[in-house]
Design a protein around this ligand. Structure first.
Ligand SMILES: O=C(O)CCC(=O)C(=O)O
Length: 278
């Protein structure tokens, strides 16, 4: 899809196929600055060393603490817009005789830079929302993005995806032959639903493949990566309100995540006020 595609069309494809590629999700300038901020950390990290994360794969997390430049990525209208539309389903409950309408929040759950080096084999196909031990099929609780920091090809380990697999139940196991490789130029992004079977591909090329992934989950679930520990408050303050709230300084209706019985966002407002006055 083009970056100015209609959100309804993107949501329609995601609902049907579970995955979609958005071209030119970020511009060359943003991509170059992300490489400046995150590339050195990648070079300093060793291979992850286990069969699942990949013995020829480097991974760097805590991305919102390492760069202040992720706003255009996480707030891209087709990514955040689709995540909100798909996950923030209005619901209601009775509190006594009052029928109370509410909408859940969403939150940044996990962030990683994933660099698959030549010789890395296929990762086992998996569903990321299985982290929450949920059953399938069912309402989507995760919408994830993989931004291509370098070109993704069938040969260099472009993410393997089984289209439509979010509709499967939990008795059907994925088979490698059912998965298609993600092919996209640097700067484009793959968006997929948490119930879709996918995994890193085999890199049979001679250069590494690098992707930056961000997962958005429903706000009433435990974050995959503990953002409160991963991102110090000063780093959160470098981001605008929408991103700060996505980083967890928000309350999920009807009353999850409060601090001193208030919206945790007040902590950031107080920290900012203290910086200005002091
Ligand atoms: O790197 C990729 O293409 C996908 C990685 C992945 O799915 C994972 O590590 O859970």
């Amino acid at each position: 899809m083009r970056p100015d595609a209609d959100l309804d069309d993107v949501v329609g494809i995601l609902t049907r196929d579970g995955a979609v590629i958005v071209e030119e999700l970020v511009n060359d300038e943003t991509l170059a600055r992300l490489w400046d901020d995150l590339g050195p950390a990648l070079d300093a990290h060793d291979f992850s060393g286990d069969w699942y994360n990949g013995k020829r794969t480097r991974r760097v997390s805590s991305l919102f603490a390492r760069t202040t430049r992720l706003t255009p990525v996480v707030t891209h209208p087709l990514y955040l817009g689709a995540a909100r539309r798909i996950m923030q389903e209005p619901t209601h409950m009775w509190i006594g005789r009052a029928r109370v309408e509410m909408v859940p929040s969403i939150q940044i759950s996990g962030t990683q830079l994933i660099q698959i080096h030549p010789g890395q084999g296929k990762q086992p196909l998996h569903r990321d929302d299985a982290l929450h031990l949920r059953r399938h099929p069912g309402p989507t609780s995760r919408v994830q993005l993989m931004l291509a920091m370098s070109e993704f090809t069938a040969a260099n380990g472009g993410t393997m995806v089984i289209p439509g697999s979010h509709h499967w139940d939990d008795e059907r196991a994925p088979r490698a032959e059912e998965a298609l490789p993600t092919e996209m130029p640097a700067g484009s992004g793959l968006i997929w639903l948490g119930g879709v079977y996918h995994g890193g591909g085999h890199n049979a090329a001679d250069t590494p493949r690098t992707g930056l992934t961000i997962a958005l989950d429903l706000g009433n679930l435990r974050q995959e990566e503990n953002q409160y520990l991963a991102v110090p408050m000063e780093a959160v303050l470098a981001y605008p309100e929408e991103v700060r709230r996505l980083l967890g300084y928000d309350r999920c209706s009807p009353g999850l995540g409060w601090y001193e019985m208030e919206d945790p966002y007040v902590l950031l407002e107080r920290a900012e006020a203290a910086t200005k006055s002091g």
